[in-house]
Design a protein around this ligand. Sequence first.
Ligand code: DAH
Length: 339
Amino acid sequence: MKEKILEIKKSAEEEIKNVSSLEELNNFRVKYAGKSGLLTEVMRGMRDVPKEERPALGALVNEVRTFVEGEIESLEKKLSLEKLNEKLKGEKIDITEPSKNSERGIFHPIQRTFNKLLDACVAMGFEVVTGPEVELDKYNFELLNVPKDHPARDMQDTFYVTDDIVLRTQTSSVQVRTMENRKPPIKIVSPGKTYRSDSDATHSPVFHQLEGLVVDKDISLLDLKNILTDLLQILFGKETKIRFRPSYFPFTEPSVEVDISCPNCKGEGCYLCKKTGWMELLGAGIVNPKVLENCNIDPKIYSGFAFGFGVDRLTMVMDKIPHMRMLFENDMRFLKQVK
Ligand code: DAH
């Protein structure tokens, strides 16, 4: 019996040397350490061995089993690692290989105008604030001094969601939201989408505005004029002429409309300015004291000015785009040309 066990050990020692794959190793495991393997068989034969020899032989079998299992374990680790390395070699990626050309994204011209405007405004100390596009009538109209029966509602064709909810027709709604929540000094700009139900060559039902608001002590029309002049000259160059015309908005008093000399023809008259030499770019004015009051700001202590840019119009001027529609068709051939 003892010889048999030592024989098994010897042949295991020999055989394992030739095992060179996980499959072979598995066969080896089955042959020696498996349920019906050689070592199990020897243990079964123990019945026929005299009792007093059993402990010593049993110990020997266990010793051989430990040896065999130890060999299997370490070879298994080695072979698995080799297999993994082999696999990884096959999957190697050459990260230095040049990539296939993928399309690079660009900003939409309107977004680029926003970026320019916001950069200039932030440099001038404005904070950027945004508000919802689906807006309460209260913020879009009522608190801006446009109650429900006010004739000024006819100035803007509104999309109503319900009686009290609209798609905002102007970013001026963010003025009110801001003043309601904060104490002056306030110096904000608010960019975003706006909606009106008209659509023709120069109007799109979705368009873009940038609203500005400054509220503090002793703010006058002169501050408005200076800030807007600076802003427009940053955007269009120092030589740009700026014209203020009296106008009417319910939320400002007095109100002005602001034009710049056409940057395309320098005031000579061209297709972009419809031969007038001027481009109308924004509405502005001194915040109506009623609006301040509506937002719990005391008009005896504070005053303010506000302005609203039509960003689509501004983009057309900056990028010399003849038709507003081109901004919304999203034809890549056109968008790629405008840089
Ligand atoms: N909300 C106006 C419009 O859409 C533009 C405007 C005019 C905004 C005067 C203002 C302002 O803040 O003071 O036509």
